[in-house]
Write a protein that binds this ligand. Structure first.
Ligand code: GLC
Length: 404
């Protein structure tokens, strides 16, 4: 496939997945499985569309922030219209038309891309208050003890619902099924609704994971927000964002490094704070956030090129192949973040590699991502050894290769 051919296919897919309700239009991740609007998906899509349809990229984000809660949270799902796919509708989130949890905040990244494409500072000014309020929500509601690290209350908030990073926090027995995993996550939803969405005390009692990717994304997004705010003449937002970025950056270095020297997530269970020492692609996120030292980056790139850990034929598996939780089997109808390759994680890793000057490795990962699309089409996730595609079809994340 030529680059032009690939771009044409991406545009076509995005047109097929576009939906319009009243004055809003947005893109669904996949018409056979995901017929609603999702938060980080929409950011991925706005980034992709900044290459061929900036106007629609802006619409995508406007639709997203139109449902921002009063406390600043942006819900991770918006049910714009009813569909016949039953599963998602059954979730009792306790809110009208949206979910009651969130997802990683990639909005500033998307707005930066849009600004780079057309220099529309008015759009930056329109989005800044939404972005800033979202970030303030994280520090106020998800870091009640002012540790500098943000907690998530459900694995789904990480965007990686079935990742083994959350197995222990979900308190599932050793040989659980994905159906049980789903049920445990739904129990958290019920709890959250019954707690009337009040986070206080919850971190001592329930699922409270300070997840490495989300904290790295927040750190990077704060730095990007500061840049956008300076351009827009919003000195207060710029200052606040830099101050919080500094705090989170310190906290990641102080609290998110395990005994083996690798970065990790942490969790609270009762009054205990523990490190989650499972090797997933999350290890590479400190490169995306620019917080790894050059030696650490070098060690990480070593693991990425080692077949005992993360080197495969088709990109970086979401879990290291040497982990007992590495699992390519359990796929349908659940998303599988326990080994398969996803385009969203590949994209974040590519950005980290480029940031540290590993262009050769970044190009290779980009090529492998393109090969996956050529071989198996736009799928939700892929087998890292055979390139076989799994899960949702016509899945939009493949568009991110344009930005790789
Ligand atoms: C799956 C993914 C999640 C994504 C959603 C919609 O649940 O795990 O990251 O946002 O699908 O594509």
């Amino acid at each position: 496939m030529t680059n032009g051919g690939l771009e044409h296919k991406i545009k076509h897919l995005y047109q097929q997945n576009r939906r319009t309700v009243d004055k809003y239009s947005y893109t669904i991740p996949s018409s056979n499985t995901y017929p609603y609007q999702w938060l980080w998906d929409s950011c991925f899509m706005a980034i992709t569309m900044s290459y061929f349809d900036v106007a629609q990229a802006k619409q995508e984000l406007r639709a997203l922030v139109s449902k921002q809660f009063e406390n600043g949270m942006i819900p991770h799902m918006i049910y714009w219209q009813h569909t016949d796919i039953p599963d998602h509708l059954k979730i009792a989130w306790g809110k009208r038309q949206t979910s009651s949890i969130t997802q990683p905040p990639l909005l500033a990244e998307a707005v930066s891309k849009i600004y780079a494409a057309d220099g529309d500072i008015k759009f930056v000014r329109e989005m800044l208050p939404h972005i800033h309020n979202f970030h303030r929500f994280f520090y106020r509601d998800r870091d009640p003890r002012k540790s500098g690290l943000i907690g998530i209350i459900n694995p789904d908030e990480s965007g990686e619902d079935t990742s083994p990073r959350f197995d222990q926090a979900l308190e599932l027995g050793p040989s659980w099924t994905l159906a049980e995993n789903y049920a445990a996550r739904m129990e958290l939803v019920d709890d959250w609704r019954e707690a009337r969405f009040v986070v206080r005390q919850r971190m001592d009692l329930k699922h409270w994971v300070r997840d490495l990717p989300l904290n790295c994304i927040l750190l990077e997004t704060l730095n990007q927000t500061a840049r956008l705010a300076s351009l827009a003449g919003e000195a207060h937002i710029a200052e606040w964002s830099l101050e919080h970025a500094e705090k989170t950056s310190k906290a990641i270095r102080e609290k998110m490094i395990a005994d083996d020297g690798l970065f990790c997530s942490t969790m609270n269970w009762g009054d205990k704070e523990m490190k989650i020492n499972i090797r997933t692609w999350a290890l590479f996120m400190p490169m995306y956030a620019g917080i790894a030292t050059h030696e650490e980056a070098n060690q990480l790139v070593g693991m990425m090129s080692d077949p005992d850990f993360f080197a495969t034929s088709y990109g970086v598996p979401t879990v290291s192949v040497d982990e007992p939780s590495f699992d390519l089997e359990n796929t349908w109808p659940w998303p599988n973040w326990r080994g398969p390759v996803w385009m969203g994680s590949n994209w974040l890793i590519v950005k980290g590699l480029r940031r540290y000057g590993y262009d050769e490795q970044a190009d290779q990962l980009k090529e492998q991502s393109i090969q996956l699309i050529e071989k198996s089409g736009f799928r939700e996730f892929y087998n890292p050894f055979s390139g076989e595609g799994y899960g949702a079809e016509g899945f939009t994340w493949g568009g991110l290769v344009l930005d790789m």
